[in-house]
Structure formats: structure tokens, C-alpha cells
Design a protein around this ligand. Structure first.
Ligand code: ATP
Ligand code: MG
Length: 574
């Protein structure tokens, strides 16, 4: 490709709207442009990278035995009503009506459509197992689209779905997909970890996420230094501390804490540390048949964080977990959210395993502007349950009993789920077994965020000059920069010759023939992140040389002009 015939679209300035390196660099390198919030056009350079990523995903899916299909992006609401997700999925599901008032949704994922396909096409257990996949744009009306294509509203996903006669067969395909995902992300040059994960709105009972390690990641993963244990913090279990409670001191008393609304404010006023103050939060119980719900108090050690995912899984609590609003709280307790505590609370009380070990602690008095001190479990509060409610912290023991947990940030680039029979039972996707009986199929589903993975690769591979592509995803493998070819026939001829030789060898090469200042061409080559940079100028040619630079390390080399093509091909592993 010649630059003069290409749409380079690089930007010199940093776009103000981009806080994340990958977002900034994708805009500056001319890969993407925003059309509306969370909705992007992929320009030629971006599209070349995307095509290479798609190709890796497709090759590995095919290798794992999955069959490519294409399902519609527009999905009839009817199917979502059958699975029960039409009401459950929430406002991320973009719903609309066609001209005949028919209800539809834009596909955020395709369990319903694929289960409908399976119940029509799969009749006999002999057709199983079956795994199908597609690579297609999804639409999720995300509440906060941000960081470019990292969290878009329209984004490219590879989604695969498998169907099985029994759980054993599902386990095998799950492992095959897990292995295929590991190959995909390795080929993309990502540093990643598979971690145990929550199943969220997709459902099912067993799941792993593939997390690309990056400080910019929105997820936190906990990993053990003494075993293979790794989990999303949403899932990681906090064990009960092995310490015993201290013996209670004198009876509790009420202390004024005017204007204190947070644990830290109350602790400061009372002369205590945050860990000596109980954090009391009021959440909703699950909805009853008449549409009402009870209120439940969750108590944690003041310096620890509630884990909403773990709490949402406790029997009888709203799921996803909902917090009570201020008015509900005031009506139920007589106090505002900053002054709550378990003594006198008239509902169910669940305390965290670590909070359970607190003694002689402070808590809200359920009266505005007052806290109680020297409170003790059992002596002062008898009716409570103990559960794992908090986020794990750096230094906690690993839940498998081996080693200590550490935390790192990650970008979720893929997730695999064992769905079981959730969709097949709801939608009647059954087959006849050997005994002639009709049984619902076991299902798995497997997603890769292709566009997000590209942003993750950039997060892990860039410097202050631009992107540093791994060879497998680079929009061009080689760039030839000719210095003033219009002024020097020798430069012109050498550049044209090398360009033709590389093209003939099948190399994806960009020939920068713009007759720009060398600095401008260099800056663009480095910004776009082309791995191999070749410069042809009069100065070098006088010594019979062409200059070569490796983008990743900055290493420079002079290549003899007549051997340049051969050396470059060797560097490309040819
Ligand atoms: P998240 O927790 O980040 O919202 P998710 O768990 O809801 O993602 P899945 O349903 O597991 O997403 O979708 C499969 C993959 O699609 C994810 O692993 C992620 O890589 C990608 N993905 C999900 N939402 C987005 C988005 N808004 N923009 C870009 N990629 C996304
Ligand atoms: Mg996910």
C-alpha cells in the first residue's frame, strides 16, 4: 500500500476526550472514529488490525471444531419472553417496534436465537455434541460507554454455543474452548489469566473469564502466590479469620456524633480506627408476590468493602442486589443512612465473617447524630446470621488454603460459561435419548470481545510515541520511508524496488511515498506501531545501505541495499 493512496488519518494532538492510552492511540493512529457515544467507525488502519484479530479467532474456533454460522442482530422479543430474560435483562437490551408494532430487540448476546435454532435443527442425540459460532456486532445500551471500544455500545463479539446430551460432553467442549481461548489470546500477544468468574445475566453454574492484565482494567482479580487459584474479586471467597473475639468490656453507651455520615467521620469523632466501627448497609430482600420487599441489614468491618455479587447470591436477598433508598430507610429505622446499626433494627441482620470477630465496636444508634460504643455480638445483638459479604484484600489467605491472595487489575477479553439446561428447558430444546425419552440439552456459551481485545493489546503494548504491535496484529508488517524521492532518482528507485520485492513476497508493506519531512513520516510509522521500519535516503545509499529499525526495541541496523529484502523477510520469519 502506498501512503499517497491510503487514508492514514493520524492525529498530531492528543484528543481531549480520551483518558486511556488505548483510546487515545486508536484515535491518533487513525484506527477508529466515534460516530455516537459508544459507537464507532473503523477506518482502514483499524480495520486491517480487526481483520487480523478476526482471522485468529476464526482459525482457532475452526480448529476446535466449532462451525461458523450467522444469526441476525435483530431478534424477536418473543424469544426473549420465552427464556424469561425480556423483563430481566434491563435497559441494556435495546427494544424497539417495527412498522407492524411487532416487538424486537438488538442482540446483546444470542442464547435465545441459538436455542431456537437448536430446537428446530437438532432432533436426535446422534447429532450431538454440536458447537456453533459467529463473529458479529452486538448492541448493549451500556449505562456508561467509555474508553473507546473498550466499553462500547456496539462492539464486535465472537460468540459460540454448544449443545450436549450430558454434562460430561459439555465439560469436554468447555475445556476445548478454554484451550482455544488460551491460543487466541497468546497469538494476539496478550498477557492474560483465566480466572473463576460470576455468571451474571447470562446465567449457568460454572464460568471462567480471560483477563488481560493491565492497570487500566475495570476488573480486579485475586490470585494466590501458593497455588493456581485465581478469581474475579466478584467471586473470591474471604475466609473467616482464625482469631477469637476479645472479651466484652463495660456495657455499651450512646455518644453524640453530629454531622458524621461515614465510617471515617464517625471513627474520627469517636477517636477510633475505621476497623473498630461497624459499617451497616440496608438492602432490599427479594420481591414478594405482592410486589413489596423486606429490608435487610448487612454489617461489615468499617475498613472493608461490601461485595454486591456475593451478597446478591444469599437466599432471600434481591438479586442483583438492590440498596434501599433513603426514604425507605428512614421509614423503617427512624434514622438516616449515616447513623444505622444492628441494635434495634427490626429486620434480618447478616454480618460478614470478619465483622463477626469484632468486639467492643462502635456502630450507628439508629438515631441521627448518635453512635453506640462498646457494642458486642451476642451480648447486645442475638439475632444475626454470618456470611461471606466482603471483597477479599491483598494479603488475605487463599480460599483453597494454599498461599496468600494478591490483587491485580484486568480487562475481561473473554468468558466461557457452562449454562446447563437454563435455556434448553425454558425454550423446550430437547432431543430423544437412546431410551426414546425426550431430554433437554446441556448447553455452554463462549464469548470473546474482539474489539475490546484489540484495545487491551494496545494497553499492554505502547510507549509515549505510539502503539507497538505484535507482528500477528500489526496493520502493516513493514513500512518503507523514502526521504525526498522526488529530489533523488536513486532514493526513488531503491524504494520502489524494495516495495515491489516485499509485495511480491506477500509482505503487508506500507510505502510512505508522501514526500513529507522525514520526521513526520517517522512519527506516523511509530504512532501506528508498524513493527519493522525501513528508511531509504541518499546518505545511506551512498554507502550502499538502507537503515532498518525495530519498533519494539528501537534497535537500528544498516542493511546492504542489495540484501535488504532478504534480511527483512528473515526478520519476519520467512
Ligand atoms: P462486562 O462485565 O465488561 O460488562 P460482560 O461480562 O457483560 O462484560 P459477556 O456477556 O461476558 O460480557 O460478553 C463476552 C465478551 O464481550 C466480554 O468478555 C467482553 O470482552 C466483551 N464485551 C462485553 N461488553 C462489552 C462492551 N460494552 N464493549 C466491548 N466489549 C464488550
Ligand atoms: Mg463476561
Amino acid at each position: 500500500m502506498r501512503s499517497s493512496q491510503y487514508l492514514l488519518s493520524t492525529l498530531k494532538e492528543n484528543p481531549v476526550e480520551a483518558s486511556l492510552a488505548s483510546h487515545r492511540l486508536m484515535l491518533r493512529a487513525g484506527m477508529i472514529r466515534q460516530v455516537a457515544s459508544g459507537i464507532y467507525t473503523w477506518l482502514p488502519t483499524g480495520m486491517k488490525v480487526l481483520a487480523k484479530a478476526i482471522n485468529i479467532v476464526r482459525e482457532e474456533m475452526n480448529r476446535a471444531g466449532a462451525l461458523e454460522i450467522a444469526m441476525p442482530m435483530v431478534q424477536p422479543a418473543e424469544l426473549w419472553k420465552e427464556s424469561g430474560r425480556y423483563t430481566k435483562y434491563g435497559p441494556e437490551l435495546c427494544r424497539f417496534k417495527d412498522r407492524k408494532e411487532g416487538e424486537f430487540a438488538l442482540g446483546p448476546t444470542h442464547e435465545e436465537v441459538v436455542t431456537d435454532m437448536a430446537r428446530r435443527e437438532i432432533k436426535s442425540s446422534r447429532q450431538l455434541p454440536l458447537c456453533v459460532y459467529q463473529i458479529q456486532n452486538k448492541f448493549r445500551d451500556e449505562i456508561r460507554p467509555r474508553f473507546g471500544v473498550m466499553r462500547g455500545r456496539e462492539f464486535l463479539m465472537k460468540d459460540a454455543y454448544s449443545f450436549h446430551m450430558d454434562h460430561q460432553s459439555l465439560e469436554k467442549t468447555y475445556q476445548d474452548m478454554y484451550d482455544a481461548y488460551s491460543r487466541v489470546f497468546t497469538r494476539m500477544g496478550l498477557e492474560f489469566r483465566p480466572v473463576e468468574a460470576d455468571t451474571g445475566s447470562i446465567g449457568g453454574n460454572h464460568s471462567h473469564e480471560f483477563q488481560a492484565l493491565a492497570d487500566a482494567g475495570e476488573d480486579i482479580i485475586a490470585w494466590s502466590d501458593g497455588s493456581m487459584y485465581a478469581a474475579n474479586i466478584e467471586m473470591a471467597e474471604a475466609l473467616a479469620p482464625s482469631v477469637a473475639r476479645e472479651t466484652p468490656k463495660e456495657a455499651y453507651t450512646k455518644e453524640p456524633t453530629p454531622g458524621c455520615h461515614t465510617v471515617d467521620e464517625a471513627a474520627a469523632k469517636l477517636g477510633l480506627e475505621a476497623k473498630q466501627v461497624l459499617k451497616s448497609l440496608v438492602v432490599r430482600g427479594e420481591e414478594k408476590e405482592d410486589g413489596t420487599h423486606s429490608l435487610v441489614m448487612l454489617c461489615l468491618c468499617g475498613n472493608q468493602e461490601l461485595n454486591e455479587i456475593k451478597a446478591g447470591k444469599i437466599q432471600g436477598l434481591s438479586s442483583p442486589l438492590e440498596f434501599a433508598d433513603e426514604e425507605e430507610i428512614r421509614k423503617f429505622t427512624g434514622a438516616n443512612p449515616g447513623s444505622l446499626g444492628p441494635i434495634g433494627f427490626k429486620g434480618r441482620i447478616i454480618i460478614d465473617r470478619t465483622a463477626d470477630k469484632m468486639s467492643n465496636f462502635a456502630c450507628g444508634a439508629n438515631e441521627d447524630g448518635f453512635h453506640l460504643i462498646n457494642v458486642n455480638w451476642d451480648r447486645d445483638i442475638q439475632d444475626y446470621e454470618v456470611a461471606d459479604l466482603r471483597n477479599v484484600e491483598d494479603g488475605d489467605p487463599s480460599p483453597d488454603g494454599k498461599g496468600t491472595l494478591h490483587l491485580r487489575r484486568g480487562i475481561e477479553v473473554g468468558q466461557v460459561f457452562m449454562l446447563g439446561k437454563k435455556y434448553s428447558e425454558a425454550m423446550g430444546a430437547t432431543v430423544t435419548d437412546e431410551k426414546g425419552q425426550s431430554v433437554a440439552m446441556e448447553m455452554g456459551c463462549y464469548g470473546i470481545g474482539v474489539t475490546r481485545a484489540i484495545a487491551a493489546v494496545i494497553e499492554q503494548n505502547h510507549d509515549d510515541r505510539g502503539i507497538i504491535w505484535p507482528d500477528a496484529l500489526a496493520p502493516f508488517q513493514v513500512v518503507i520511508i523514502a526521504i525526498k524521492p522526488t529530489k533523488s532518482a536513486r532514493v526513488h528507485d531503491a524504494a520502489e524496488n524494495l516495495y515491489k520485492e516485499l509485495l511480491q513476497a506477500g509482505v503487508d508493506v506500507l510505502y510512505d511515498d508522501r514526500d513529507e519531512r522525514p520526521g513526520v513520516m517517522f512519527a506516523d510509522a511509530e504512532l501506528i506501531g508498524i513493527p519493522h521500519i525501513v528508511t531509504i535516503g541518499d546518505k545511506g545509499l551512498e554507502q550502499g545501505c538502507i537503515e532498518y529499525k525495530l519498533r519494539k526495541t528501537g534497535e537500528r541496523e544498516n542493511l546492504p541495499e542489495n540484501e535488504a529484502a532478504a534480511v527483512i523477510l528473515k526478520k519476519l520469519g520467512r
